[in-house]
Design a protein around this ligand. Structure first.
Ligand SMILES: C/C=C/C(=O)SCCNC(=O)CCNC(=O)[C@H](O)C(C)(C)COP(=O)(O)OP(=O)(O)OC[C@H]1O[C@@H](n2cnc3c(N)ncnc32)[C@H](O)[C@@H]1OP(=O)(O)O
Length: 459
């Protein structure tokens, strides 16, 4: 049995306790341990109910983000949840802290859910460029209705335990000890002979098919207007639409397809890089860190603007420049010169459709501003103003208008290849002078065949 799953028996009830610090993320070893525990409880004639709860400060906070981008190892989360939901003995999830992403999806696979009053429940995958890919887009609308599902899945914001109760996502709230609450709820189920109640078989909220279609269309429009550059929100809506239109098994297949499309998108890699970068950077921040973040951001913004002004002085049309920034999803902020209307300008040719990176070259208006950021960022690293390339990405995507779904300039540099970045910087050095001299650290990294990701890993 996996070390991250502890199974105990209390009379006729099997307690399955997850213990995988820091946030009980659903990595392969935990999934395997849970599958073994669920199968054993199902096969044991002395067991009549199962209670799933977690040790530490939180319920399961999601799939293990560190596994994304690697070949998936069985058991896959959708299969684990399918097995749990298909079980013949009633199962109860006892939620405290945060039930997020795959963690909430696992709880939805349980037949009943109770939550401590301070718990938060959410499906934040959209913020990582994904959609809930383990049944969340199919089970949540069946339990709570399309409007709630759209809000939670496309918005990505967690809800409180009280809201979850109101929407029918949990059955009861409690305060105090998790185990006692879970056992008491399971005993009450047994006392009234309550069997499994599968989320995937609920359909009260899907019966009125006209209204859901209107809600779906309204959300599509809203997403198109509010987040035009983002890939996964529209796929989230497509998946919820499948819950409205298709039987569960087909809806789950459609969700899987859409999930894999999001997983393969360059925005997913960038957003997960940014998530990790932001959390690591936040941990090292004290008051002086806040000050240095502002100083780093300002120095980079200044170099960036200088390059944009230089381009303007060379006669580049401001509207075209603005359209180039918009095509790279730059927000209006210190990194964007002007908020001009870019209708009618087409700079999408500067973006490689296969991987979303810039196509470097003289025709690419963003080449110089982006290379300037990368070179200056490398210099800041060499001066030890920041510890990791990812810190620069965290600072610029958080407060300086660099699009989160692009990951940050140092992430972009790795995507482009540091060798290519260096060649292009050297080209501009020959053309425009010594203020384009490549940072020595950049030259060193290229000579050693290393990347910024290597530096992130070692610090
Ligand atoms: C198909 C399914 C897909 C999915 O499930 S996608 C994942 C969905 N889940 C999430 O997006 C949750 C992300 N995590 C959080 O929002 C927060 O975390 C919490 C609210 C759970 C806890 O916040 P706090 O108490 O402030 O802790 P902290 O500093 O954010 O995290 C502690 C350490 O835990 C790592 N971590 C957090 N979530 C995950 C995860 N889902 N997979 C792997 N690691 C995770 C962090 O990076 C960090 O690690 P370090 O201490 O090494 O920096």
């Amino acid at each position: 049995m996996s070390q991250s799953v502890v199974v105990t028996r209390v009379g006729e009830i099997c307690l399955v306790r997850v213990d995988n610090p820091p946030v009980n993320a659903l990595g392969q070893e935990l999934r395997a341990g849970l599958l073994e525990a669920f199968d054993a409880a199902e096969a044991d004639p002395a067991i009549r109910a199962l209670v799933l709860l977690c040790a530490g400060k939180t319920f399961i906070a999601g799939a293990d983000i560190k596994e994304f981008g690697k070949p998936p190892q069985p058991p896959l989360l959708p299969d684990l949840i399918g097995r749990l939901e298909g079980g013949r003995k009633p199962s109860v999830a006892v939620i405290h802290g945060s039930a997020l992403g795959g963690g909430l999806e696992l709880a939805l696979g349980c037949h009943y859910r109770i939550a401590r009053t301070d718990a938060r429940l959410g499906l934040p995958e959209v913020r990582l460029g994904l959609l809930p890919g383990a049944g969340g887009t199919q089970r949540l609308p069946r339990l709570a209705g399309v409007a709630v599902a759209l809000e939670m899945i496309v918005g990505g914001e967690p809800i409180s335990a009280a809201e979850a109760l109101q929407y029918g996502i949990v059955d009861e709230l409690f305060d105090g000890d998790l185990e006692s609450a879970g056992l008491a709820f399971a005993r009450s189920l047994l006392a009234r002979n309550a069997g499994p109640r599968r989320s995937g078989e609920q359909c009260a909220h899907l019966d009125t098919a006209v209204e859901p279609q209107a809600l779906l269309e309204a959300k599509r429009l809203e997403v198109q207007q509010r987040m035009p550059g983002l890939y996964s929100p529209q796929r989230c809506i497509d998946a919820i639409e499948a819950a409205v239109c298709l039987p569960l098994a087909e809806g789950l297949r459609r969700e899987r397809e859409l999930f894999l499309q999001c997983m393969a998108s360059p925005q997913r890699a960038a957003l997960i890089h940014r998530f990790m970068a932001e959390r690591r950077y936040a941990r090292q921040l004290d008051d002086s860190g806040q000050v240095s973040a502002a100083a780093v951001g300002q120095r980079l913004a200044q170099r960036y603007r200088q390059e944009l002004e230089q381009l303007a002085a060379e006669g580049v049309d401001a509207g075209q420049l603005d359209a180039a920034l918009a095509a790279f999803d730059m927000a209006i902020g210190p990194l964007r010169v002007a908020a001009q209307d870019c209708v009618g300008q087409d700079t999408a040719d500067n973006i490689d459709a296969s991987n979303g990176t810039l196509v470097l070259g003289e025709g690419c208006l963003l080449e110089r501003p982006l290379l300037a950021l990368i070179n200056e960022g490398t210099q800041l690293l060499a001066e030890a103003v920041v510890h990791r390339p990812a810190d620069i990405d965290a600072i610029l995507t958080k407060d300086f208008g660099f699009a989160p779904q692009r990951g940050g300039p140092m992430f972009c540099a790795d995507q482009l290849g540091l060798g290519r970045v260096l060649e292009h910087i050297q080209y501009w050095q020959r053309r425009l002078g010594e203020h384009w001299a490549p940072a020595p650290l950049l030259q060193q990294l290229v000579a050693d065949g290393r990347s910024f990701a290597d530096l992130n890993g070692q610090n």
